[in-house]
Design a protein around this ligand. Structure first.
Ligand code: SF4
Length: 164
C-alpha cells in the first residue's frame, strides 16, 4: 500500500482515524469540516501560480520557489500537520527536488494567519523511512484501535462512526 500525507497526519492525530482511513472506511465526504478544508485548499491552489501538485501518492497544495506550501484551516494539530509536510519533503527529495516546507494556518475570523517553516533533516528522514513501514503494518493489523473520546473527536469526520 502507498503511504499518503493524510495517513501520516492521521497517524499522529489519531491512530483510530489512521486505521479507518487506511482501511478505506471513508466518511469524510459527509463531513462539513472536511469539505471546508477541501474548499480552502482549492481556493488557495487556484490563486497560486503553480496550483496543486500530485506526485506519486501525495498531493501538495503549492510549490513556490524554494518552498512547498501546505494550507490548514486551523493550527489545532501542528504536530500532525508538520509530519505531513515533512513526509511531502521526503517524497520530493526522493525525486531529486530539495525544498523547505511552509505550513500556513488560516485561522477563522483572525487576520493574522500562522506560518511555520519546516526543514527536513537527515535524522528526520530516517525517522520517516521507519514510519512508512510502521504505518503500513499498523493499517494491516486486524484490530481497530479502541475508541476513547477526546475533545478533537467533535470535529472529526468519523465522529458519528465512533460515538454512535
Ligand atoms: S472520532 Fe475521535 S477516536 Fe474516532 S477517529 Fe475521530 S478523532 Fe479518532
Amino acid at each position: 500500500m502507498k503511504i499518503t500525507g493524510t495517513l501520516v497526519n492521521y497517524f499522529f492525530h489519531c491512530k483510530r482515524q489512521c486505521w479507518l482511513h487506511g482501511n478505506r472506511v471513508n466518511l469524510e465526504d459527509n463531513s462539513e469540516l472536511v469539505q471546508i478544508g477541501k474548499q480552502l485548499h482549492k481556493i488557495k491552489s487556484e490563486k497560486s501560480k503553480s496550483g496543486e501538485v500530485a506526485i506519486d501518492s501525495i498531493k501538495i497544495d503549492r510549490i513556490n520557489g524554494e518552498y512547498l506550501i501546505e494550507y490548514k484551516k486551523s493550527d489545532a494539530d501542528i504536530k500532525a500537520a508538520s509530519w505531513q509536510v515533512l513526509y511531502y519533503l521526503l517524497v520530493l527529495k526522493r525525486k531529486g527536488i530539495d525544498k523547505k516546507g511552509k505550513l500556513i494556518c488560516m485561522e477563522k475570523n483572525k487576520e493574522v494567519k500562522k506560518v511555520f517553516e519546516i526543514v527536513l533533516t537527515k535524522s528526520v528522514e530516517s525517522i520517516l523511512v521507519n514510519l512508512e513501514e510502521e504505518i503500513k503494518e499498523f493499517i494491516m493489523t486486524k484490530d481497530i484501535p479502541p475508541f476513547e473520546y477526546e475533545p478533537k473527536c467533535r470535529k472529526c469526520a468519523y465522529y458519528s462512526y465512533c460515538v454512535i
